[in-house]
Design a protein. Sequence first.
Length: 226
Amino acid sequence: MKQETNPAVGQDNTPVEQKNEIDIMSYINPFLAIIILSGALAGTQGWLKAFDFNSLTGDFGTMKNAAQTFVGSGGTGAKQGFLFGLGLIPAVMLSVGIMSIVEQTGGMKVAQKVLTPILRPLMGLPGCASLALIASTQSTDAGASLTRVMFEKGELNGKERLIFTTYENSGAAAIGNFISIGAAAFPYIVVAMGIPFAVILIMKFIGANIARLILNKFYKEEELAN
């Protein structure tokens, strides 16, 4: 009789999760992921573009003899909404894929160990939230998808998820929106460009901590489990 293999263990009967030992790549991959998701190399040329999130996400090709992508122009209703939602999928796929690579190589353990002493007093979050935090500055959908993955895997509890989503929702995709939509106000800003952006980030942290105080005072963890 053919013996069935337990998918939870390897051929040497070692649990799969125990094989993700921390090595040099466990430290390198989270660093590379943060560089990619942060947009620090946006606008670079040559091989450095391989480490920019927007470059990796790419662009849809334009229709022949037209300036529009497959979404077109002038659409309405559910059909236009479907095409818009379809255009968000690549960024979500890419961000979840990056997180999976980091996790499978032990990078999440490193992030948990190194960044928890920073994020825990700052917002009451574990260090593993750092990748989603960085991703949310570029894409609301990427940050949201990573947050859901971490919650479903038990890396964030209900209270931490609510604190984190408060941070993400206020000033969502701060970098992308500040550079694109906010550019319309640049000619009228009389201070350095970095000051308004710094205010946005500071208020995001303040909002997360207001939510943290409310949840700690009025709610118990079991009430926020779902």
